[in-house]
Design a protein around this ligand. Structure first.
Ligand SMILES: Nc1ncnc2c1ncn2[C@@H]1O[C@H](COP(=O)(O)OP(=O)(O)O)[C@@H](O)[C@H]1O
Ligand SMILES: [Mg+2]
Length: 421
């Protein structure tokens, strides 16, 4: 992801002394190159087109437009550019608005210089330098429409776990928001068809669901599929689970296979939330994924299921897939450490979410995503790390044998805890 070239930075601030002091300090960093300064939003847009920065440092008070509006306009025109908001206020509502506007970081003035440098390096990992705006992209202050990606290389990540209640939905939902903040076009697909909770975590009213996908079977195209997605304020697009178990029973693997190519066309990252089962549906999702995030908690039962999962994916022949074990609800009282789990699985668990029931419950019950509600919490930091790991090439590759073995070993047998499919 890092090119080795200096990170190109544009400083936008109406106070000349502020711009100068930031430029002077950044001039000591060999990997950061300040390409320009702007004192007004309009100038910032023009210079972004001309100078192609990777990172824009945006003050919140500008003479011609407020910094959030400027961020919204800039990220709509140059989706690859990472905006860091520099604000004198630390109001959580302002932070939320900044994230909705597409900012990737929010620093409260006065900040330490090292904080700024660290933030620039962090956001640059995911940014692409601004290229001149395409004629089809307007400065409309909206991130709602999913437009076809430039390269069609969407990533498909399935959040799986073979034990109930380990936090798949919590992790998939917050990861989706984190990736959207980092400028990715994200579609989160609720593939827990019977008991899908994604709509609850995103607090979205009744919208279109898999049932509509089934009704439109055979007539799907990118526009139709786009219309079936529910847009959340975070920018994440959702394909929701049916509202009743009866409807869920009518959804088949064929529907998943029909909709998947269009979903891939419409997003940079497709995230699947799943349910604990080796049912046809979950297997179809795992087949489609290039990355499996296996969620487990420090509990003997969950560790047993994770060991089984390793055996199963070996049988499935998932040699090319990236498998990341994610430890959730880590708590000293568990009496089992991450090291014990790694030893038991013979796999590293790079990502570890602490257990903190009160804020997690609260965010869910308030209808807010945790990373929005508690941006400074260690759990939110871990989401940021997970996002970085996913896009930096750190992985656990499972060594397995050929794909063909799956058909023989599974035959028509479907293993499921909950589904009757
Ligand atoms: N890191 C965590 N700390 C505390 N509670 C958590 C954490 N992660 C998830 N939870 C709780 O666990 C419960 C199950 O999470 P959920 O995402 O619905 O699991 P799953 O989708 O795997 O069934 C949720 O009610 C949530 O409150
Ligand atoms: Mg769930």
């Amino acid at each position: 992801m890092t090119s080795g070239l200096p990170i190109r930075v544009l400083i936008v601030d109406d106070v000349p002394e502020s711009r100068e002091s930031i430029q002077r300090l950044l001039s000591f960093e060999p990997d950061i190159h300040v390409v320009g300064q702007a004192s007004r939003a309009q100038e910032a847009l023009e210079l972004t087109a001309r100078l192609q920065p990777t990172v824009v440092l945006m003050d919140t008070t500008l003479p011609d437009m407020d910094g959030l509006q400027a961020t919204l306009t800039l990220t709509a025109q140059f989706p690859g550019v990472a905006v860091i908001i520099l604000s004198v206020e630390s109001d959580p509502e302002l932070l939320r608005q900044a994230m909705v506007a597409g900012a990737r970081e929010f620093l409260v003035k006065p900040f330490r210089f090292e904080e700024l440098v660290a933030a620039i390096r962090r956001v640059a990992l995911f940014a692409r330098p601004a290229s001149p705006p395409s004629p089809t992209v307007t400065a409309q202050p909206t991130r709602a429409a999913v437009t076809p990606p430039v390269d069609q290389q969407s990533r498909v990540i399935a959040v799986v776990g073979m034990k109930g209640g380990v936090g798949r939905t919590f992790l998939a939902s917050n990861l989706a928001v984190m990736l959207a903040r980092l400028g990715r076009r994200v579609i989160l697909v609720d593939a827990d068809l019977m008991f899908g909770d994604v709509a609850v975590l995103f607090n979205v009213p009744k919208g279109k669901t898999w049932t509509d996908v089934a009704h439109l079977s055979g007539m799907l195209d990118p526009e139709v599929v786009q219309d079936l997605l529910t847009v959340h304020a975070s920018g994440v697009h959702l394909l929701l689970a049916p509202y009743t178990p009866q409807e869920a029973e009518t959804i088949s693997v064929d529907h998943i296979q029909q909709v998947l190519p269009f979903i891939r066309q419409l997003a940079d990252v497709v995230l699947f939330d799943t349910y604990p089962s080796y049912s046809e549906i979950t297997l179809a999702v795992m087949d489609a994924a290039d990355t499996l995030l296996y969620v487990l908690t420090p509990e003997m039962t969950a560790i047993k299921d994770a060991r089984q999962f390793l055996d199963v994916i070996e049988l499935l022949g998932y040699t090319e897939k990236r498998v990341l074990f994610v430890l959730n609800r880590v708590h000293p009282a568990a009496g089992i450490t991450a090291a014990d789990i790694e030893e038991s699985l013979k796999q590293s668990c790079l990502v570890r979410f602490p257990d903190d029931a009160a804020p997690v419950l609260r965010s869910i019950n308030e209808g807010m995503l945790f990373v929005d509600r508690y941006p400074e919490h260690r759990i939110s930091e871990e989401f940021q790390r997970l996002a970085a790991i996913l896009f930096e090439g750190e992985s656990t590759h499972i060594s397995t044998e050929s794909q063909g073995r799956r058909r023989r070993l599974f035959g028509g047998l479907i293993l499921s805890r909950r589904a009757t499919s």
